[in-house]
Design a binder for this molecule. Structure first.
Ligand SMILES: [Zn+2]
Length: 188
């Protein structure tokens, strides 16, 4: 799976991945997630490039360019991950999307964004049942539990972790500090 260079995940790079225009502090930018046959990839683009390419993206998230500050932990991309989960959960097009959807749900349970409910069985097998912690109407989402080897599961989890900046050195520390710092992303 080719994922490119995601060093700037959480904050955009110096320039748009589409037209290479320089990002200016407090400008809006969009994170686009593409789901190709060769894997997942992500781009950070300016609003103009977003208009041009959004149709091809599987999910997107709008943020504001923040001034660089090395002392602050890299922001987590949980909001973008939630957007991704909702897209996957709505589509459930193929086996691969179901596998990814299931693993994204597990990550969101660990991040305490989703609450895990007692699982159930339907005619196709076991289903994971979850709801969003902050969802007032307590909608229950059901995700079929895919048949996944531990290796395959690890592979998908690693890819998601890299794309969404959910792991790596200081990941847990950054998470602990998150509650005391204002959110980096601005909801669109
Ligand atoms: Zn651009």
């Amino acid at each position: 799976m080719t994922l490119g260079n995601w060093d700037h995940v959480g904050r955009p790079g110096a320039s748009c991945d589409g037209c290479e225009a320089t990002f200016v502090e407090l400008d809006d930018f969009y994170s686009l997630l593409f789901m190709g046959s060769d894997g997942l990839s992500r781009k950070e683009v300016c609003p103009d490039c977003y208009e041009r390419t959004a149709d091809e993206a599987f999910a997107f998230w709008k943020s504001t360019v923040q001034p660089p500050d090395a002392s602050r932990p890299r922001p987590l991309d949980v909001n973008f991950l939630v957007e991704f989960f909702e897209r996957l959960n709505a589509k459930k097009d193929d086996e691969r999307q179901l596998q990814i959807c299931y693993i994204v749900a597990l990550i969101l349970i660990r991040k305490k964004t989703l609450i895990q409910l007692p699982s159930a069985r339907n005619e196709n097998g076991e289903v994971l049942r979850v709801r969003f912690k902050q969802d007032a109407d307590e909608t229950v989402h059901e995700i079929p539990v895919p048949e996944l080897t531990a290796d395959k599961m690890e592979l998908i989890r690693d890819d998601l972790g890299r794309i969404f900046n959910l792991q790596g050195a200081g990941g847990d520390k950054a998470e602990a500090q998150k509650s005391s710092t204002p959110p980096e992303s601005t909801e669109s």
